[in-house]
Design a protein around this ligand. Structure first.
Ligand code: ADP
Ligand code: TMP
Length: 238
């Protein structure tokens, strides 16, 4: 499948049309952004590691019965996906406290959450992706009650699959963000599941291995992404 025309370019990925109007090519670029695009750098090799990482994770998720937009890898940093009508909402599950919830609620980082907690954010960089609730989603027409139910259920299912996958690699899945969309009325997991959109710590040392290394200027960003990848069985060879 070949790229025809650039459809859109986000902070880290670009979407291209293909000969099939229901399918897009998603290109993972090396651009790395944090704080809603306020910090941006190119990190060599990130596009490739994230494309490979995402392909592996989406395939595992699909095997466990959750529909995803992923179809196939088409190059080291590009994948073919179903074209979705995206719900402009980010679904976040937290197994351990970190990031914005610590600031918002005055919590220490590293508290285990039992049961895990769930939050919706409205996707709008200018507003800083504010947290919203179910009523906002319906009143402002970002999604329906059915969208909300489905997204929440699928996100928790993904959490069960991924927590185990990471635990088997000696890793803690602290939190993650997912986006969903519909094609022909059916809800699919879209976007990506990579270390750009989740927090992952070494289970023993609690060393941060995800995009917090970039956000907090800790260094070795790509090396850490590669380490998570190899621990969960992602092949980074050509
Ligand atoms: P952002 O600027 O939001 O960080 P990215 O660089 O991650 O964006 O680009 C991906 C964009 O493509 C996002 O807006 C996302 O919602 C959208 N998207 C993800 N998967 C699909 C899909 N299967 N079909 C259409 N749009 C998608
Ligand atoms: P937060 O602690 O900043 O709210 O983020 C929670 C998780 O969701 C974290 O793993 C990062 C991810 N996330 C994104 O990838 N993009 C976003 O825009 C937001 C709000 C969160």
């Amino acid at each position: 499948m070949k790229k025809i025309e650039l459809l859109s370019s986000g902070k880290a990925k670009s979407l291209y049309t293909t000969e099939n109007s229901d399918q897009l090519i998603m290109e993972y670029r090396d651009d790395t952004s944090a704080f809603d695009g306020k910090k941006i750098e190119k990190l060599a090799g990130k596009g490739t590691v994230n494309n490979r990482f995402n392909a592996h994770v989406m395939q595992q998720i699909e095997k466990s019965g959750i529909p995803t937009h992923f179809i196939d890898e088409v190059s080291e940093n590009e994948s073919l996906v179903r074209k979705l009508e995206m719900v402009p909402i980010e679904c976040v599950v937290r197994n351990i406290t970190a990031g914005s919830i610590c600031k918002r609620l005055g919590l220490e980082e590293g508290m285990e959450l039992n049961p895990p907690t769930f939050e919706f954010f409205y996707k709008d960089d200018e507003l800083g992706d504010p947290m919203v609730n179910e009523f906002h989603i319906i009143s402002f027409n970002w999604g329906t009650e059915e969208d909300i139910e489905e997204m929440r259920e699928l996100t928790f299912k993904v959490n069960d699959v991924l927590k185990k996958m990471f635990a088997d690699g000696g890793l803690l899945l602290v939190d993650f963000k997912l986006e969903f969309g519909r094609q022909d009325g059916k809800m699919y997991l879209g976007d990506e599941m990579t270390p750009d959109g989740c927090r992952v710590w070494d289970a023993e040392t609690r060393k941060k291995l995800d995009k917090d290394r970039f956000r907090q200027g800790l260094g070795d960003v790509i090396e850490s992404y590669q380490e998570i990848a190899s621990r969960i069985g992602v092949s980074l060879e050509n």
